[in-house]
Design a binder for this molecule. Structure first.
Ligand code: SF4
Length: 221
């Protein structure tokens, strides 16, 4: 498979962006420039690294063997690389994993998608759509602002995610990790600005250099 996806980072297991334990991929490059975006380091389309789809499918297989429940693709803007992402999602479908869902974030609304993007979006079980709007906070799990919709497109998605459509946890799920080099990283959707500030302050108080959400490719298994 010759397609490659420009990636900002990858992580396993991710527990704060979708159902269960997941392989998380963050694509590099976003043209949407939402004010207040927490992932500005992913905007530059020339940043990150190129990862071959075949290599990523090996990551998916390994994650599934380790018990992953699904794949989450965030960013950056995943549908800016619709062809390569489509190749990856089709490849995962062809592996034929049982009970393994595909969750894709996009800052676009469905009506904005071109044919190629629509075809790729159709391969996701769960699609979370819409720009981040700082003026429209939400408490809904896995969404950054109230305008964002979680679309459940398959029976597996409806079985797993229906209970989460309106669910508002007491605090958004955030996963924190730290390396031996004194750098900390976190995963999640801190859907209130103060949540992110508190998180950064707490990690700094523990002596960690917070790398925003910019980490190297990491695997904890
Ligand atoms: S779509 Fe996402 S990554 Fe892109 S600017 Fe908006 S919040 Fe940031």
């Amino acid at each position: 498979m010759t397609e490659s996806l420009r990636l900002a980072r990858a992580h396993f297991p991710v527990t704060a962006l979708g159902y269960g334990r997941r392989l998380g991929l963050w694509v590099q490059g976003c043209p949407l420039a939402c004010p207040g975006c927490i992932a500005k380091d992913t905007w530059d389309p020339d940043g990150g690294v190129a990862a071959g789809v075949g290599e990523l499918l090996d990551d998916v297989r390994r994650a599934a063997e380790a018990g992953a429940d699904g794949l989450t693709v965030s960013g950056g803007e995943p549908l800016r690389q619709a062809r390569a992402l489509g190749a990856l999602l089709n490849g995962v479908r062809e592996i034929g994993l049982d009970d393994f869902d595909l969750l894709v974030y996009t800052g676009y609304e469905l009506a904005e998608l071109d044919d190629e993007q629509r075809g790729t979006a159709a391969l996701a079980d769960v699609l979370i759509t819409g720009r981040y709007v700082a003026a429209a906070p939400t408490g809904r799990i896995w969404r950054g602002s109230a305008n964002q919709e979680m679309l459940l497109r398959t029976p597996l998605a409806r079985a797993r995610y229906t209970e989460f459509l309106e669910y508002e946890p007491p605090a958004p799920p955030i996963q924190v990790g730290a390396g031996p080099d004194g750098r900390a990283w976190w995963v999640g959707v801190p859907n209130r600005a103060e949540t992110r500030r508190e998180l950064d302050r707490a990690l700094a108080a523990l002596g960690y250099t917070v790398e925003s959400v910019s980490w190297r490719r990491t695997r904890d298994r």
